[in-house]
Ligand binder design. Structure first.
Ligand SMILES: [Zn+2]
Ligand SMILES: [Zn+2]
Length: 125
């Protein structure tokens, strides 16, 4: 029997880890008999109890299939993408690059603040 959960194995995030994080989003629940998709598990179970699995033992009613979608979230922009290709495309966009530059500038300023003037190396510039 196949696992009711879709996995993210299809696309490994290794090449872009550090720049993106993997998030899973519940898309819905599927009735195994009629393959209708419901936004919540309870709705799916109610439907199954009322029609598809009427007069059936509870163990059979449990036959819901959870639909999970894997998203890639850009750490800089907090934007989500359904495929790595979309994410890579986003990385080439001006909007994203500006955002990354802004974050890097912010980090540099923080680091500078941490160094008190007396600890700065003499050949700082
Ligand atoms: Zn059904
Ligand atoms: Zn971005």
């Amino acid at each position: 029997m196949a696992s009711p959960f879709q996995t993210c194995d299809l696309w490994s995030l290794k090449p872009i880890s550090g720049r993106a994080s993997e998030v899973t989003v519940d898309v819905g629940f599927v009735c195994k008999k009629c393959h209708m998709v419901y936004p919540a598990e309870v709705l799916c179970l109610n439907h199954q109890r009322a029609s598809c699995f009427q007069n059936k033992p509870v163990s059979e009613i449990k036959a819901t299939l959870k639909l999970v979608q894997c998203h890639v979230e850009c750490r800089a922009c907090r934007e989500r993408f359904t495929t790595i290709i979309d994410f890579k495309f986003h990385c080439d966009m001006d909007r994203h690059m500006k955002r990354v530059q802004k974050i890097q500038r912010g980090l540099r300023r923080q680091r500078l603040r941490l160094l008190s003037p007396t600890t700065l190396p003499t050949r700082w510039r």
